[in-house]
Design a protein around this ligand. Structure first.
Ligand code: 4AD
Length: 463
């Protein structure tokens, strides 16, 4: 299918071959008297491939002088040489460098990436080149692996993958953080926005398909300039019918995440590079985290009211939270979330049943009249990565709540409320921030690295 060359990943998996053709980018080159060594990467593996180039005469020595870090090269008919005593169990040996090494793409003398591990702050200054570093390239492969595992998990659980719209007139979260589509009034005859969440459309689809999910972009014009906010990010959103209890949602979410973590753990050697920039968690920390996440049978789950009690005890007796006093009725702030998960539980923790005014209009009210049947999943270092709820499926209750919040003046959400009048079912679901999960699992502390070209408030769009 790919015109007869091997990828580096396939070579590591395949075992000895007779003669090998490979393509890739030179990561480093070391020239000795009678031999040169090229470290080649081709973007398919965390590992590089060592290529020995014998230098038997002057013309070969001269030809190797033209090879430079960053160049794209094609290598033909290299011989497989076992090297069992070394870390890399084999190397390739080029027969005639003049004939068998072809430079496909040259570099300028300013090519900025070298073999050494660059700092993330340096790599972030090179948005068009940074993914060629082993760490950030591996991060994209890691994300791809996580997304593939989602897809497998949902298929195994009989969910249908759907594609809700990105342009919409419905404000799902009611937070007003919408990007308006320029010219929408002329084009559609009404205002339209980039979606903040696919949930409302997913609810309509779940009432047709029973179980459905999507992996799609969401847009939020919030001005938060933090290491956990993007204005364009990807959300995994699932919605399914016959859900009556928030614990069914947390149970499913935990199973989904454990299946992702197990798959990452099983493929750890291929997913995590050995050399990691100092700003990120190191390999042993990452693997240990995955082991702990898999070990704990059930991650802790507490109600919001219990969380406030724990936070207030900490605030008054031990060490106050510097910016916000925890108070029943107010949203949990990032410092509260991080402390609960990172220090108190030292584990992911589900927090359920928030006060209704802290959450969106569509959540089902609990019998106490004060709280709603919802959950957030908080993780150490990152805070909230998943939010979900049982949805209000009673038409009168939903419309009363929308009126109380003075929503839906122009009738944009009439279709959504009317779903409750046509064969409605108890249902619920959640949204998971893909970049937040990927950063947490990969041990990277800034979600801007978990998306190839980030868009965030105050970040200029460089490309
Ligand atoms: O908690 P949120 O706002 O929930 C919803 O939008 C629901 N309608 C989802 C649903 O039930 N279908 O967002 C869900 C998740 C958050 O937990 C967080 O991980 C992520 O989306 N998220 C962000 N990720 C990056 N940048 C931002 N600005 C984000 N805002 C939310």
């Amino acid at each position: 299918m790919f015109r007869g060359y091997h990828t580096i990943r396939a070579l590591y998996d395949s075992g000895p071959q007779k003669f090998v053709d490979v393509n890739g980018w030179i990561q480093s080159i070391r020239q000795l008297k009678r031999i040169a060594f090229i470290d080649l990467r081709d973007g398919t593996s965390t590992k590089s491939l060592k290529i020995a180039v014998p230098l038997c005469d002057q013309s070969l020595i001269e030809s190797v002088k033209n090879l430079k870090t960053g160049q794209c090269v094609s290598i033909s008919q290299a011989q497989w040489v076992p090297t069992p005593q070394r870390e890399q169990p084999f190397e390739l040996k080029v027969g005639d460098a003049l004939k068998d090494i072809q430079i496909l793409g040259n570099v300028t003398s300013q090519y900025p990436l070298q073999k050494k591990s660059h700092s993330l702050s340096f790599l972030r200054t090179l948005p068009h080149l940074k993914h060629r570093s082993n760490y950030l390239g591996s991060l994209l492969r890691f994300r791809s692996h996580v997304e593939n595992t989602f897809i497998q998990f949902f298929a195994q659980n009989e969910f249908t993958k759907v594609t809700p719209p990105l342009i919409t007139s419905s404000d799902c979260e009611g937070g007003g953080e919408l990007f308006k589509v320029d010219g929408s009034n002329d084009y559609f005859g009404r205002s339209a926005y980039l979606t903040v969440s696919a949930q409302l459309h997913l609810e309509a689809l779940s009432l047709a398909l029973n179980r459905c999910y999507t992996l799609s972009p969401s847009f939020r014009a919030e001005k938060s300039d933090t290491n956990r906010h993007l204005c364009e990010f990807w959300m995994l959103e699932a919605e399914w019918c016959f859900v009556r209890d928030v614990n069914e949602l947390t149970h499913f979410t935990q199973n989904l995440l454990k299946s992702v973590i197990k798959s990452c753990y099983d493929n750890r050697n291929e997913l995590i590079p050995q050399i990691i920039p100092q700003e990120s968690d190191q390999v042993s920390t990452i693997i240990q985290r995955w082991e702990n996440l898999l070990k704990n049978d059930n991650w802790p789950s507490i109600t919001y009211t219990e969380a406030i009690k724990i936070l207030r005890e900490q605030h008054s007796n031990v060490k106050p939270f510097p910016n916000y006093e925890p108070q029943w009725g107010l949203a949990l702030q990032s410092e509260h979330e991080k402390w609960l998960a990172g220090e108190y539980f030292q584990s992911p923790v589900f927090v359920t049943d928030y006060p209704k005014d802290c959450k969106a209009f569509y959540m089902k009210h609990n019998d106490d009249g004060q709280t709603v049947a919802c959950f957030d999943l908080l993780v150490p270092g990152m805070g909230e990565i998943v939010g979900g709820s049982v949805r209000e499926d009673d038409y009168i209750k939903l419309v009363t709540e929308m009126d109380r919040r003075q929503m839906n003046h122009n009738g944009d959400l009439d279709w959504y409320a009317a779903l409750r009048q046509e064969g409605s079912a108890p249902h619920g679901g959640f949204g998971l921030g893909v970049e937040r999960l990927v950063s947490y699992l990969y041990g990277n502390h800034n979600i801007r690295d978990a998306i190839p070209f980030h868009r965030a408030a105050t970040g200029t769009i460089e490309l």
